[in-house]
Design a binder for this molecule. Structure first.
Ligand code: SAH
Length: 233
């Protein structure tokens, strides 16, 4: 069984969207992972197929109803479904490469996409949904956030990227940002590729890359830098 994503959304038509392109899309086509979408409105029971209502306590906007969402979740992921149940939310735990890697090692994920002001807290509690944020800014809905998570996971799955080593070296994998990359031409607008990279001395190249990664991380991400230094033996 390949890694399986089930997405509950008011906008199923926008999937797979960017997830259908390039290596991630090829992985979807070849079955390295799978994606099924579920239209939240299909679980509404009144004649207007209502999925939202006004916030208790007043205020602007609308809130997704817990009973409709619970019906969708229970249908998509019955009790014995081992996959973690996530809900995209700016209030969630910020997504990291470590969480992405852990998700990629599991059987898949069930992802609820919020809209409007968000979703009723009781369904989050009752179904044990894990709130996941993709950053400290507010989107209009959870769909793009879910795509971000899925793209990050899918590229780690076996058979999606060509060489396994393609991601071992990357930003965050070693707790550092990645070193700068160069390719031909040798001279671009008067700027040369750093000589060490064309020296053929692999030891020197590796040392240079490590020093660059450390300098970049220290300058741009003091949060990652102090963690990296703290974790070093
Ligand atoms: N009123 C909410 C924001 C609702 S935005 C608040 O202030 O917290 C509508 C939906 O977009 C959310 O339910 C969530 O699913 C999604 N969303 C918005 N920003 C997001 C983010 N940074 N990460 C993940 N999902 C987000």
């Amino acid at each position: 069984m390949s890694w399986r994503a089930s997405v509950i959304t008011l906008f199923p038509d926008i999937f797979p969207g960017p997830l259908g392109a390039s290596v991630i899309g090829r992985g979807l086509a070849t079955g390295a992972w799978s994606l099924d979408t579920h239209f939240l409105r299909d679980y509404a029971h009144d004649k207007h197929r209502t999925v939202d209502d006004t916030p208790a306590g007043g205020g602007a906007g609308m809130v997704l109803k817990p009973d409709i969402l619970a019906a969708a979740i229970d249908d998509v992921a019955p009790e014995d479904d081992p996959r973690p149940k996530l809900v995209m939310s700016p209030r969630g735990v910020p997504l990291t490469q470590a969480r992405v890697r852990a998700l990629a090692q599991g059987p898949g994920a069930v992802i609820v996409c919020g809209r409007f002001e968000g979703i009723d807290q009781r369904v989050i509690d009752a179904r044990g949904l894990e709130e996941v944020s993709i950053g400290d800014y507010v989107l209009a809905g959870g769909e793009v956030a879910a795509m971000v998570l899925l793209e990050a996971v899918a590229r780690l799955l076996p058979g999606v990227l060509g060489a396994q080593e393609s991601h071992e070296d990357e930003s965050f994998e070693a707790g550092l940002l990645e070193y700068p990359q160069y390719t031909r031409p040798q001279v671009f607008e008067g700027r040369e590729i750093p000589a060490v990279l064309t020296s053929g001395d692999h030891g020197k190249v590796e040392k240079w890359r490590r020093a660059q990664a450390e300098a970049l991380t220290q300058a741009r991400r003091p949060d990652l830098w102090s963690k990296y230094k703290g974790e070093k033996p």
